[in-house]
Design a protein around this ligand. Structure first.
Ligand code: FES
Length: 208
C-alpha cells in the first residue's frame, strides 16, 4: 500500500514537472484501479497559468534577441563594405596627380585608376631599391624609398593614420610633405623617388 502511494506521488510529481499539470492523487488512483474518471481528471486538473503565459513571452524575447543579433551582424559586415565602396567608387582616382611630372617615360609602375585613394604599392628597383607608390587622398601620387633613414628597416604606408611608419623604432614620416620626419629617431626624410604621369593613358612611370 505504501509502494502504491509512493508511485502515485511520483506520477503526480512527473505530471506536474513535465506538463505543469496538477492532478490530485485520488484521481490518479482511480486511473490505476482500472476505473478511469477522465472527466473528473480533466475537471480537477489545474494548470499553472503563469507557465502558459511565460512561454510565448520567452519565445518573443528570444526572437527579439535574434533579430537584434542579426541587425548588429549586418551592421558589422556593412561598415567595412561601405568604407570599401567609398574608397573604390567615390574617390577621385582619375584626378591628375599634381606632384608627378607630366612626361611619360621609364618603367611603367601602374595605371593611376587602379590604385584606390589611401592605398600604396611597393616596388623594387635596381637603381632606387625598394620604394612605395602612394595615392594620397588629395589626388596626388607620391613615391618614397621604403628604407628608413634611421637604421634601414622597411617602412610602410598606414592608410588609417595617413602616415608612413617604421616598425622598428617608431619613426613616422609625412607623405604629404616630402616624407619629412614627424616623430621617432629618423634623422632625415625618406628619399624621394621621381615618378612621371602620362595623362593620355593614365599611367604612372618611374622616371629615368
Ligand atoms: Fe626605422 Fe629605426 S629603423 S625607426
Amino acid at each position: 500500500m505504501e509502494n502504491m502511494s509512493g508511485e502515485l506521488t511520483n506520477f503526480a510529481k512527473k505530471l506536474k514537472e513535465k506538463y505543469q499539470l496538477n492532478v490530485p492523487e485520488d484521481v490518479i488512483a482511480s486511473v490505476y484501479s482500472s476505473k478511469p474518471k477522465l472527466p473528473i481528471l480533466l475537471s480537477r486538473a489545474t494548470f499553472r497559468p503563469d507557465m502558459i503565459r511565460s512561454r510565448p513571452e520567452i519565445r518573443i524575447q528570444k526572437r527579439r534577441g535574434n533579430f537584434l543579433r542579426n541587425i548588429l551582424g549586418v551592421m558589422a559586415l556593412s561598415v567595412p563594405a561601405l568604407m570599401w565602396m567609398k574608397v573604390a567608387w567615390f574617390s577621385p582616382q582619375t584626378k591628375v596627380p599634381t606632384y608627378v611630372s607630366q612626361q611619360a617615360s621609364g618603367r611603367l609602375l601602374a595605371n593611376a585608376a587602379s590604385i584606390p585613394v589611401n592605398q600604396s604599392l611597393t616596388f623594387n628597383d635596381p637603381t632606387y631599391g625598394p620604394f612605395l607608390l602612394v595615392h594620397l587622398d588629395n589626388g596626388q601620387f607620391v613615391a618614397y624609398s621604403s628604407i628608413c633613414t634611421h637604421a634601414g628597416c622597411q617602412v610602410q604606408f598606414n592608410p588609417y593614420a595617413k602616415e608612413i611608419t617604421c616598425p622598428c623604432h617608431g619613426a613616422v614620416f609625412n607623405p604629404y610633405n616630402n616624407a619629412q620626419v614627424v616623430a621617432g629617431p629618423a634623422p632625415l626624410p625618406l628619399r624621394n623617388i621621381p615618378i612621371q604621369y602620362d595623362s593620355a593613358k593614365g599611367n604612372i612611370y618611374l622616371a629615368n
